[in-house]
Write a protein that binds this ligand. Structure first.
Ligand code: ZN
Ligand code: ZN
Length: 228
């Protein structure tokens, strides 16, 4: 390597996607313009909608950590799903009330005011329909390119050949840009063996995609400029 080679030192401090949740740049659920989520509040730069959700930060933490405890669906703009859980939030599997077989997970649906209080699931084994009281929770998957606080579509996202590249905010774009554009990647984590960077999908780390991804990330930074 020449002296011009850029080096990226992974300290391991950004250990997961949850390291970039200080703010989210999303599409306003009302008008589609850029909106900023900070803490408990979503503010649209277009229609000036302002929505307060007191549990948004806790919801983001729970959803990024893959557990559901306490995550409500009020002011949640992503999809929702009915879950079966104990009072403390421990998830249970849906099982057929006639033959005891595991039932297929109920499908997700858009959030709405008239979500049913009860659902019926039909057993593929014996055909029996079992009724359950529905507890509605946010359905979240980071691959959906939505934010985990309000469930809105991320503003900074681009569909590339191998998948969707997305970032939560400018700092996230910058961190990813430094990683992707480096000639040398060194892992110097003091704690544990994984970080957000080591866990990235292979196509984001692949040398052949570097130019495309760098270009997209530069575009994100440019696009986010107006919204700080
Ligand atoms: Zn708006
Ligand atoms: Zn059954």
């Amino acid at each position: 390597m020449t002296g011009n080679a850029t080096r990226f030192e992974d300290s391991g401090k950004a250990w997961a996607l949850s390291s970039f949740t200080a703010e989210f740049l999303v599409r306003c659920p009302k008008c589609g313009a850029a909106a900023l989520i900070r803490g408990t509040r979503l503010t649209c730069t277009g229609c000036h909608t302002s929505i307060e959700a007191k549990d948004a930060p806790q919801r983001a933490t729970a959803l990024l950590g893959n557990f559901q405890t306490g995550a409500g669906v009020k002011n949640w703009f992503g999809k929702v799903k009915p879950v079966l859980e104990l009072k403390d939030g421990t998830p249970l599997r849906y099982t057929c009330k006639s033959c005891g077989k595991d039932l297929a997970a109920p499908s997700t649906r858009p959030n709405a005011a008239n979500l049913p209080r009860d659902i019926t699931l039909t057993c593929e084994g014996c055909g029996h329909g079992s009724g359950f009281a529905a507890v509605w929770r946010p359905a979240y998957c980071s691959h959906d390119a939505r934010d985990p606080a309000f469930g809105c579509e991320l503003y900074l996202q681009k569909t590339l050949r191998d998948g969707t590249l997305f970032v939560f905010n400018t700092a996230h774009a910058e961190a990813l840009l430094q990683f992707v554009s480096a000639d040398l990647r060194e892992f110097k984590a003091e704690h544990g063996w994984h970080s957000y960077f080591t866990n990235l999908p292979a196509w984001i780390k692949a040398a052949k995609n570097r130019d495309t991804i760098v270009k997209a990330l530069e575009g994100f930074k440019q696009g986010a400029k107006a919204y700080g």
